[in-house]
Design a protein around this ligand. Sequence first.
Ligand SMILES: *Cc1c(COP(=O)(O)O)cnc(C)c1O
Length: 251
Amino acid sequence: MSSAASDLVKNFEDVRQRIDRAASRAGRRAEEITLIAVTKTHPASKIVSLYDAGARHFGENRVQERESKLGDTANLAATWHMIGHLQKNKVARVPRIFTSVDSVDSIALAEKLDRAAGESLKSKNENGDLNPHSGDTRLRVLIEVKLDPEPAKSGASDGDLPRLVEAILRMSHLNLQGLMGVPPYFDNPEDARPYFRHLRELRDNLRKGLGARALPVLSMGMSHDFEIAIEEGATEVRVGTTLFGQRDYTE
Ligand SMILES: *Cc1c(COP(=O)(O)O)cnc(C)c1O
């Protein structure tokens, strides 16, 4: 194994241990928490190294970048998360290359995804690619809630959330599993805690109308604050830099 690959495996094991410790501080089980390795800007070879080390969930934020790594990652039995802002003209390509879209923030986008997921299902049926025993064929989605007041940041507002939830629950090709959010960056990750708590409370309020087991997923926490997010109830954390080092956007 190259030294870069062995660093990656060591970083992966360190993050897993930190997740375990944060979970036990919060009286939770580590198995409740999914680690999504955020692989944007990193080559497919590193995805394969992490997969060999045991990673099964990967996040990308651009359709084209995911497509560029498809050839080298097609035979991994992994779950692929779209975690970035989705351009409407790329939506049709999404169901074939992602298992989950974690960044749905409008009814218009949800409608386009619902249609694309329906089309993709139809073509799989016609090609005989659909495994009749695979169970739920819907596209998994999360709603991204805007936690950062910065105008350029994406996400649905708190006020729009109930209507968006209701609309997606009526769409036959989408499987709404929960909420995702990105708080503002703070030097002290402890300062992000109220934002994580707020996302959990939004979910808990929605449960009053939908039932105690609705929307089980809370995707929150990144490299510098995932332990705080776990203490506040995260079930999925999205970690890039702590696994791979700083991203280089110039390549
Ligand atoms: C890039 C990205 C991450 C990973 O961020 P790191 O700080 O590198 O861990 C997580 N979530 C989203 C939505 C991202 O775009």
